[in-house]
Design a protein around this ligand. Structure first.
Ligand code: HSE
Length: 306
């Protein structure tokens, strides 16, 4: 019998201005444990155990996205190891803008690649999962960790990784409702004014400089956005108030995490709890129950152990 364990980080995409371009990994992880029986074993059938997020709603059969992703790799590699037990420990909240779907697909692909003797290179994994998932700004940081800059033309992804500073915290205020990415994309307009494109590209460049040079006072401007948040705010009651409450409590910058509904405030250690409480209160003012977590950024990415 062989056991493989994979630890996959959550991600926060966009940072406001970097729509579909920027993403960073978080120290919040899903885990996949896989047991493979020896060819001589008498045991038959696959047992899937789901613990944590989605334990009552996610399919515990071949339809599970982790299993589907694994089967895709087995087909590519033409190798079909006899997986008989899969334990999924899900800590990343589902449909909240924290990359749970990218983590599930990536975890399945990486796990299957291990079982097939690492036939796929890191880059091949990134290309396959990005095409399946459609959002390299979640996939690339979940794999490599850090702050990733991605460029995707629907076929190929180009990417670069930078380290996230260890003195920055992600305060994530997570409302108790789901928001699916398709819905949050369908609400976006087909075209945008030229000046809005310039508004965002100037800010995303500023964001990178602010992180590299640790000029955190620039983040409030650098995380401003005109491409998606003004449209998505219809789907997140109280968004403006939550943004303002975070800023007033000392956040360097604030934005929607991915396609939402989670709100991300980037802060230092000292103000993180105050910011979390203020954001939760602001949501509550709009009758939205939420919880907040304070996370470090992850610079390591996916981890595999046996
Ligand atoms: N950049 C994508 C979006 C992330 O905002 O729609 C989806 O997880």
């Amino acid at each position: 019998m062989k056991t493989i364990k994979i630890k996959i980080p959550a991600t926060t995409a966009n940072f406001g201005s970097g729509f579909d371009v920027l993403g960073a990994a978080l120290k919040l992880y899903n885990e996949i444990e896989i047991n493979v029986r020896s060819p001589k074993s008498e045991v038959r059938g696959l047992k899937i155990e789901i613990v944590g997020e989605g334990k009552d709603t996610l399919p515990g059969n071949e339809k599970n996205v982790v299993v589907r992703s694994m089967n895709a790799v087995f087909s590519i590699c033409k190798k079909f190891p006899q997986v008989y037990h899969l334990r999924l420990t899900n800590r990343i909240p589902l449909a909240r803008g924290l990359g749970s779907s990218a983590a599930a697909r990536l975890g399945g692909i990486v796990a299957a690649n291990e079982l097939c003797g690492k036939k796929l290179s890191d880059d091949e994994i990134i290309q396959i999962v990005s095409k399946l998932e459609g959002h390299p700004d979640n996939v690339v940081p979940s794999f490599f960790g850090g702050l990733c800059i991605c460029n995707f033309n629907g076929k190929n992804v180009n990417y670069a990784k930078l380290k996230m500073p260890s003195d920055l915290k992600a305060v994530l205020c997570i409302p108790n409702f789901e928001l699916f990415t398709d819905k949050a994309r369908n609400i976006l307009p087909k075209t945008i004014p030229y000046k809005d494109a310039v508004f965002n590209s100037s800010r995303v460049a500023l964001f990178i400089s602010a992180i590299v040079q640790k000029k955190y006072e620039l983040l409030s401007i650098a995380m401003e956005d005109k491409l998606h948040q003004p449209y998505r705010k219809k789907l997140i009651p109280g968004m403006d108030d939550v943004f303002n409450s975070a800023k007033k409590s000392g956040a360097y910058g604030v934005c929607i995490s991915g396609s939402g509904p989670t709100i991300l405030a980037v802060s230092g250690q000292r103000s993180a709890v105050k910011i979390g409480n203020a954001m939760q209160k602001a949501f509550f003012g709009h009758r939205i129950i939420s919880k907040y977590i304070i996370c470090d950024f992850d610079n390591e990415g996916i981890e595999i152990s046996e």
